[in-house]
Design a protein around this ligand. Sequence first.
Ligand SMILES: Cc1cc2nc3c(=O)[nH]c(=O)nc-3n(C[C@H](O)[C@H](O)[C@H](O)COP(=O)(O)OP(=O)(O)OC[C@H]3O[C@@H](n4cnc5c(N)ncnc54)[C@H](O)[C@@H]3O)c2cc1C
Length: 406
Amino acid sequence: MNSPVIIIGAGMAGLTIAEALRSEGFAGQVMLIGDEERSPYQRPPLSKGLLTGENTEAQLQMRTPEALEKKNIELITGVKVTTIDRASHRVHLDDGRSLEYGGLALATGSRNRPLPLPGVELDGVISLRTFDDAKRLIEGLKDAQSMVVVGGGFIGLEVAACANKMGKDVVILEAMDRLMARAVAPLVSEFYAGVHRSHGVRVELNAKVSELVGRDGHISAVRTADGKEYPADLLLVGIGVIPNDELAKAGGLECNHGIVVDACARTLDPAIVAAGDCTARRQADGALLRLESVQNALEQGKSAAAALMGKDRPFVAVPWFWSDQYDVKLQMVGLSAGYDQIVTRGSQAEQKFTVFYFRAGKLLCVDSINQPKIYMAVRKLLDKGGSPTPEQAADESFALETLLQS
Ligand SMILES: Cc1cc2nc3c(=O)[nH]c(=O)nc-3n(C[C@H](O)[C@H](O)[C@H](O)COP(=O)(O)OP(=O)(O)OC[C@H]3O[C@@H](n4cnc5c(N)ncnc54)[C@H](O)[C@@H]3O)c2cc1C
């Protein structure tokens, strides 16, 4: 492949592509361009340990600029790529530069879906994606007593748990009839609603936010369509993300709620790959899969670097994800879409249980709560294409690890 390789987006996927190019033996110029001012950092602690002080700012940084320099990776921060000109193999930057590429990697991530209501510009309304958002949230939490979280997905729930730990009065407003509805079965949603309520967090379901009320330019309350009003010194909006695929679309690449890539992270342009939150991966059955996770950024990043080197390294691992709320760790592996049977093992009362999702007797996915050993055994099993029977899954005396030996 011709030098240089330009990587757009200096998040987890972008960093992975840059470093994987080096471990694949690429000796040419690598430029990693990000529009945030900082060197690559981890986002998951932004809604977890960074808020409570369990993680420091320094712990979030994945690589210092010096560490990248040692690998001869040129990091350019605070600069946005504005256009891709595929005919001339050039990208244009918002600082006026125009750079020629031999290979191009898109790792532009996603951005938060905005709440479509007047008042989102009020002080104290925060949407959490970047380190700077987290800093604003931490500042806001210092003074706030009442916090409203709009959206009962992972990020909203994690922030709610942190704010509760910090002694704040927290209300979660979820528009659907259960929490984390896109990701988990109703029994897991109910379990989590119970966990939050047991800590004193108010969980309101079917609660559609209709109005943000401000006082002196600061959020003061939230109203819902049913006429209820919730006081709020601080409002966290966590209603999902939108993939950053506009740059690719304008460059003529196929996009469909994400930049369309194959299992090896290739676009239809042989010089261009894409990885991470910005992609929609074409699966064997033709359907497109969008994942927003650390694993996806890492695995697709490695595939993308290999593809630029002319190698096939398909991302075939089963998807996994985690969420930390209070002292409850949720670990998920697989995708539950299309399940027709659910089996549980363990005790909800003790907050240690696993939900197994089956289709036609074959395991698709598990949601494991505070049972890391079971989660790890199932993850290995699913990666091997194996499955327990529903009876084995439900039977506490059956060691799932034994299935790994066959
Ligand atoms: C608060 C929070 C908690 C999370 N918790 C978890 C978790 O517990 N487990 C888990 O698996 N995942 C979690 N995630 C998701 C995970 O962090 C993301 O899936 C992952 O960061 C995606 O990496 P990425 O590199 O694809 O995108 P990003 O991390 O979004 O990086 C993309 C970068 O590209 C930049 N960019 C975009 N366009 C341009 C341009 N034109 N020019 C230059 N730069 C550009 C963006 O500003 C951004 O810095 C969490 C995310 C958040 C926000």
